[in-house]
Design a protein around this ligand. Structure first.
Ligand code: NAD
Ligand code: MG
Length: 389
């Protein structure tokens, strides 16, 4: 039996992970499931999968969770510290699928027990790439990428020498607004930004796909995970979302990873790695698909891409500022306080205001420093929002 835990079990990635493990009930022994505040779903899955412990992130839903689990023998807990404790429970494989920087501390706790961490939470790498990789090395842990582009690159690199890689190309669908006239973008509503042409995902990453903040995070994620120079990383718009990434080698070959837009592929690859096992994803009919198309990303439409380049060039802890400012700007857009195109302005402003904190290259590589800069950035963005009225 493989002992597994899922952090962010009630979300889109968490539920796809559960879908896969439910198909092989005799293989997996579920240790911990954590969620936000959806106590009903968390309790149902914890009971179905006979988890040891279920944890919600907020006291608001703790009583409900406890009630739902009475008499089951499943422990209930709540709060960020309890989520990190759940990640410390011995497990062979842990899915990190909390959304946002909140996923970093439990991801770190998981690595410290030397486990295999399937990493969907891209914010961990953006904010703390060097710390995460170093922690994995120190504790003999393995990190496997779950973001579809990074899983695709990882697969294309199997058996290859990273020194022979000339470039990595990650694809972007272009999100909800790729074909909108530019001047209409500032009027985009929350509902319009929350629907994705190809992928079914959580709301936040769906909006980030429309703004390309998602791709911006993924450029940085590529740099941190594969240790490759930012000049060698490209993003290309590929509306069909069938090629997830390409790796270009020094002999001119481009290895592309092609597959249906279904996260269960990347999750399943990480679950079964280093083997491949049958996965319940659609098989592509290439003749029916007919054509795959590509276009260069337009930075006027997607300023987030330019900001990611600035962040990578600056290095230090600018990724922390970038991610925290992006999360705060996204909160403000979801709350109806700012327009869709105001998000990138707010993030650019935060990068300028926090360049001293983010630009530190000799800051201690620890979680406290990172979380302090994260908090400070959110505070500065809140002040900017207040000043806008
Ligand atoms: P989601 O919003 O559907 O789910 C997020 C999960 O985290 C839920 O269980 C939620 O309850 C929990 N959560 C939210 N805030 C929390 C907090 N403060 N503390 C503890 N738990 C909290 O998100 P998702 O789409 O499943 O994405 C999860 C992560 O995977 C994100 O980092 C995202 O960028 C990444 N990712 C998602 C996809 C996708 O297809 N959905 C693809 C690639 C990468
Ligand atoms: Mg992705």
């Amino acid at each position: 039996m493989r002992r597994i835990s899922i952090l962010g079990a009630t979300g889109s990635i968490g539920q796809s992970t559960i879908d896969l493990i439910r198909r092989d009930p005799d293989v997996y022994d579920v240790v911990a499931l954590t969620g936000g505040c959806n106590a009903q779903l968390l309790a149902k899955d914890a009971k179905d999968l006979r988890a040891e412990v279920a944890v919600v992130d907020s006291a608001d839903c703790y009583a409900e969770l406890k009630d739902l689990l009475v008499g089951t023998g499943i422990e209930a807990a709540c709060g960020a510290a309890a989520i990190a404790d759940a990640a410390r429970r011995p497990a062979d494989w842990i899915m990190s699928a909390i959304v946002g920087a909140a996923g970093l501390p439990p991801g770190m706790a998981a690595l410290e027990q030397g486990t295999t961490l399937a990493l969907a939470n891209k914010e961990s790498l953006v904010t703390a790439g060097p710390l995460l990789m170093q922690t994995a090395r120190t504790h003999g842990a393995t990190i496997l990428p779950v973001d579809s582009e990074h899983s695709a690159v990882f697969q294309a690199l199997a058996g290859e020498d990273i020194a022979a890689v000339e470039r990595i190309v990650i694809t972007a669908s272009g999100g909800a607004f790729r074909d909108w006239p530019l001047d209409r973008l500032k009027t985009a509503t929350l509902a319009e930004a929350s629907s994705h042409p190809n992928w079914a995902m959580g709301q936040r990453i769906t909006i980030d796909s429309a703004s390309m903040f998602n791709k911006a995070l993924e450029l940085i994620e590529t740099k941190e995970f594969f240790g490759i120079d930012p000049d060698r990383i490209e993003a290309i718009v590929h509306p069909e979302s069938l090629i997830h990434a390409l790796v270009g080698f020094n002999d001119g070959a481009l290895m592309a990873h092609v597959g249906p837009p279904d996260m269960r592929h990347a999750i399943g690859y990480a679950l079964h790695w280093p083997d491949r096992k049958h996965l319940p994803v659609a098989r592509l009919d290439l003749a029916q698909i007919g054509a795959l198309t590509f276009r260069a990303p337009d930075e006027a439409r997607w300023p987030a891409l330019r900001l990611a380049r600035e962040v990578m060039a600056a290095g230090g802890l600018m990724g922390v500022v970038f991610n925290a400012a992006k999360e705060a700007a996204l909160d403000a857009f979801i709350a109806g306080r700012i327009g869709f195109m105001d998000m990138s302005g707010l993030v650019a402003d935060a990068l300028a205001k926090l360049s001293a904190q983010g630009g530190q290259h000799n800051a201690p590589l620890d979680l406290d420093t990172i979380m302090d800069i994260d908090r400070l950035t959110r505070l500065r963005v809140a002040e900017s929002l207040e000043n806008r009225g």
